[in-house]
Design a protein around this ligand. Structure first.
Ligand SMILES: Nc1ncnc2c1ncn2[C@@H]1O[C@H](COP(=O)(O)OP(=O)(O)OP(=O)(O)O)[C@@H](O)[C@H]1O
Ligand SMILES: [Mg+2]
Length: 290
């Protein structure tokens, strides 16, 4: 574990060095959570749609390998998935599904059969090939719950981590565990937070402040509140219909909340400051992993 942590720290140090030298363009957002089922995939898909509506070219990487479901939420067929890259002689372009909302998707696959082939080397190769695609401004990585080696490898190279949690004590405890791991291994010094499924603003404030205060007291990590998403029955209905809420009900409270979060992200000075292209992202990967 210590070896692993040292390796990760070294990767991050090199990444920081590289970032100083190169101005990179594609913005990579890694969506993570502690507890499962808090709403990462729903948020990722709808955030991507909002970004697209704001003029960005967006690709979602469903990194919940073997258990992916972003395709289900988007109601699209993904005949080929990330796992097919592991068994066939395919390139990333072959496995990108063109979404109906002008948001493209790489699915993580629905079985775990080839998962053991997704070692570090293959993950780096995949990300490196991703960097050859010029046609995207934003990559959203929708991870599985918790911190696994795989989600860490994808997350480590992201520009921003967005932690999603609900206000439930169990979800907050698990969210804190993620923050603790990120802080302990010095993976990032800043994390954006979304509190999903809040019944009212006060509950959102209470949950965020709890996370913020505990992190401030015990961790070396800055939290940034991106916003709250209200618990909205229309989200469940949208999922049942396999139509994203921002498409079928753009005026629903949850849609408006996600819109505001998208605007906050794109309005962020750092977003505009830190824009580059996927080729440079590839260079970063090559320097990072050799
Ligand atoms: N704002 C919301 N209001 C009401 N229900 C919601 C909201 N967001 C998510 N949900 C519910 O939570 C469920 C889980 O959402 P989702 O699949 O996005 O979570 P997840 O974090 O991606 O789960 P996993 O950890 O399994 O990947 C949805 O099916 C939906 O019923
Ligand atoms: Mg999910």
């Amino acid at each position: 574990m210590i070896d692993q942590a040292n390796k990760l720290r070294e990767m991050i140090r090199k990444k920081a060095e590289t970032e100083k030298k190169t101005k990179h363009q594609i913005k990579v957002y890694s969506i993570v959570s502690g507890k499962g089922g808090v709403g990462k995939t729903n948020f990722s898909v709808n955030l991507a749609i909002k970004f697209q509506q704001m003029g960005k070219r967006v690709l979602i990487l469903d990194a919940d390998i073997g258990m992916s479901n972003a395709n289900i939420l988007m109601g699209i067929e993904t005949p080929r998935t990330l796992l097919d890259l592991l068994k066939d002689d395919l390139i990333l372009k072959d496995i990108i599904a063109k979404g109906p909302y002008k948001v493209d998707l790489i699915s993580g696959g629905a079985d775990l059969f080839y998962l053991e082939k997704l070692d570090d080397k293959k993950q780096h190769e995949i990300l490196s090939n991703l960097a050859e695609l010029d046609e995207y401004d934003i990559l959203i990585i929708d991870n599985g719950a918790g911190i696994s080696k795989q989600s860490l490898t994808f997350t480590i190279l992201a520009d921003e981590i967005i932690l999603v949690t609900t206000p439930e004590p169990t979800a907050l405890t698990d969210a804190y565990r993620v923050l603790k791991a990120v802080s302990t291994y010095e993976l990032k010094n800043k994390i954006k937070v979304v509190i999903n499924q809040v019944p009212d603003m006060d509950t959102g404030d209470y949950a965020y402040n709890k996370l913020f205060k505990t992190s401030e007291q015990f961790l070396k990590i800055d939290l940034e509140k991106l916003g709250y998403i209200f618990s909205d029955i229309r989200v469940n209905k949208a999922i049942m219909e396999q139509l994203p809420i921002t498409i079928i009900n753009p005026n629903a409270l949850a849609s408006t909340n996600i819109s505001q979060i998208a605007e906050a992200i794109l309005g962020d000075k750092e977003y505009n400051y830190n824009v580059s292209n996927l080729k440079q992202f590839k260079n970063k990967l090559i320097r990072l992993f050799g």
